[in-house]
Design a binder for this molecule. Structure first.
Ligand SMILES: [Zn+2]
Length: 433
């Protein structure tokens, strides 16, 4: 089913005309109402009336997360506070969080976009959806909540934590859709088994996973652990929250972007130059309809590819590839670029190790080293010392061929890595003082 066929299946030319009209409006609005943008545009000598085609987007300045921090909390809002009806924030690892505001119309748009996204993932009004994102300043839980409600699903607002109780709720309430981070979903499956509950036997049939980058191998793990279809979706709080893009079931690994609300580009993260379709780079989004916090060319730091290839589902919107990493997650080890997702792909493809791992970066003398710590499965743990050595050697060889550097590998007993309640902490960098 398609939630909003008028917009999701629009003719390309019509869509681009709508985007241009909305782009011109948003540029005029921010120039008029947000001093930060007026200054930025003036410095570059760009005027709103210079935007005559979608190609003129390239002449507009970027917005970075730093701009949100520097204008903390409300400096980038384009409406007076009387019109703001909701605030969310994302915690920064350093410094101030970034604050996002919504008008009533923004909340309406957000729920519509999440309704599109969950419908294309396969949710219907007959579903019972358990939300395991934390209800709070983070946009994940509330975003999914109102979109699922719009579709008519019954929502179980379980929030994060109380893992054993989550399992009991699933059993008692007959949960059919699981919403959360992929790492927490794996943890839930493990806790269920520990309680003597087979996750595959539970009525859960569909997973809506997001808020952290995950691989195809992780998808297979999740699908096997739960006996479900695991789907990915994309969003970030600065742009609106969840609901920017989602998978449709015809093309796993590719997500339809709601292009009538978000103008997407991919750029070279080093030079800032726009790249074409089918080229890998950093995703940049311009919000076309946001009232409270419109953003021009927001640098998401997420690495992806855009495609205009037609999709069998009938939607005509551009699709983005599953995010393969973040440009600022990119680890530099002895001068070599390494993405944690590359390591995850290798680990998930090897028998005998569990989907729980950590990447430790350290220094020995002046040299960087990378150590991958990974848990054994219960079955592999009972094996002979020689088998473990052989396994360790295999992991090392596979990692070396993918990363082009030789990592250390440490096998750990089952359950020895701390489980996350939200986003997993995969990388520990000991190199900084
Ligand atoms: Zn599709």
């Amino acid at each position: 089913m398609i939630w909003d066929p008028q917009h999701e299946c629009m003719e390309r030319e019509q869509m681009q005309a709508l985007q241009l009209q909305r782009l011109q409006q948003v540029v005029a609005r921010v120039y008029d109402r947000v001093p930060f943008y007026r200054q930025l545009f003036d410095e570059r000598g760009v005027r709103p009336e210079d935007v005559r085609s979608l190609a003129d987007l390239a002449s507009l300045p970027f917005t970075t997360k730093d701009a949100l921090r520097e204008n903390y909390p409300y400096g980038l809002f384009a409406v007076p506070m009387q019109q703001i009806v909701r605030l969310h924030a994302s915690s920064g690892t350093t410094g101030k969080p970034t604050v996002v505001g919504y008008t009533r119309a923004d909340l309406h748009t957000w729920a519509e976009l999440v309704a599109r996204m969950v419908t294309q993932a396969g949710v219907t009004s007959g579903d019972i959806a358990q939300i395991t994102f934390g209800y709070g300043l983070f946009t994940g839980a509330f975003g999914l909540h109102y979109g699922l409600e719009k579709v008519g699903a019954a929502i179980v607002p379980a929030s994060v934590g109380n893992t054993e109780k989550q399992i009991t709720l699933m059993q008692d309430f007959g949960t059919t859709v699981l919403v959360g981070t992929p790492s927490y979903a794996l943890h839930l499956a493990e806790v269920a088994r520990g309680m003597g509950v087979d996750p595959v036997a539970l009525p859960v049939r569909l997973g809506l996973f997001g808020a952290e980058a995950w691989t195809e191998e992780m998808r297979r793990e999740l699908e096997a652990a739960w006996g479900i279809k695991a789907t990915d979706n994309y969003g970030l709080s600065e742009i609106i929250g969840p609901g920017v893009a989602g998978e449709c079931g015809h093309c796993p690994g590719w997500m339809h972007i709601s292009e009538d609300h978000f103008l997407a580009e991919v750029i070279d993260p080093h030079t800032g130059q726009p790249l074409g379709l089918e080229q890998e780079g950093e995703l940049v989004i311009t919000t076309l309809t946001k009232e409270a916090l419109p953003l021009i060319r927001y640098r998401t730091k997420d690495i992806t590819v855009l495609t205009a290839q037609p999709c069998a589902c009938g939607r005509t919107t551009l699709r983005m590839r599953k995010v393969s990493g973040r440009s600022d997650d990119m680890l530099i080890v002895s001068g070599v670029n390494v993405f944690p997702s590359q390591i995850e792909s290798v680990l998930m493809s090897i028998e005998g190790i569990a989907p729980h791992y950590q990447i430790i970066l350290g220094k020995k003398g002046y040299l960087d080293y990378i150590e991958v710590q990974v848990e054994l499965t219960e079955e592999a743990f009972t094996g002979q010392f020689r088998d473990l050595e052989e396994l360790e050697r295999r992991i090392k060889t596979r990692l070396q061929s993918v990363l082009s550097i030789g990592p250390r590998v440490r096998l750990l007993e089952p359950h020895s890595i701390e489980r996350s309640q939200g986003k997993a902490r995969r990388v520990i960098d000991l190199r900084r003082p």
